[in-house]
Design a protein around this ligand. Structure first.
Ligand SMILES: [Ca+2]
Ligand SMILES: [Ca+2]
Ligand SMILES: [Ca+2]
Ligand SMILES: [Ca+2]
Length: 126
């Protein structure tokens, strides 16, 4: 008779706690909007009905949107087009753009006089 003794060995599982630094890289940056015919964010903000052009009404609303502190003038920090545009807009050179100056700007920039600003008309000022 062979007596086999099974010795139950309590196996000790040593859980080594490894601190794994899991850096989750998010690849959701789609910065591909520099392609020619994609509308600039600034135009997009003005173009409320997304028809790719800025109408006079939209242009008028743009002044209000950009005038963050609501003092009826746009200073350089609020004015989101470039320096050339600001100089063009600030006709009397007092350092800020009033609503009248803003409205006149649209007439100046609407080179094809169709009462809307297309991207090509705004492009030099972005
Ligand atoms: Ca529009
Ligand atoms: Ca302001
Ligand atoms: Ca001015
Ligand atoms: Ca136009």
């Amino acid at each position: 008779m062979l007596k086999t003794r099974f010795i139950g060995i309590g196996a000790l599982a040593l859980a080594a706690s490894l601190t794994v630094a899991c850096s989750s890289e998010e690849d959701d940056i789609d910065d591909l909007d520099d392609i020619g015919d994609v509308i600039d964010d600034r135009i997009d903000d003005l173009d409320l009905d997304d028809d790719s052009v800025v109408s006079q009404n939209e242009w008028g609303s743009g002044f209000i949107v950009w005038d963050e502190n609501g003092d009826q003038i746009l200073v350089t920090g609020e004015f989101q087009f470039n320096g050339v545009a600001f100089d063009a807009a600030d006709v009397n050179n007092d350092g800020y753009v009033t609503e009248d100056e803003w409205d006149d700007l649209m007439d100046d920039w609407d080179v094809d006089a169709d009462d809307v600003l297309e991207e090509f008309e705004l492009e030099p000022y972005l």
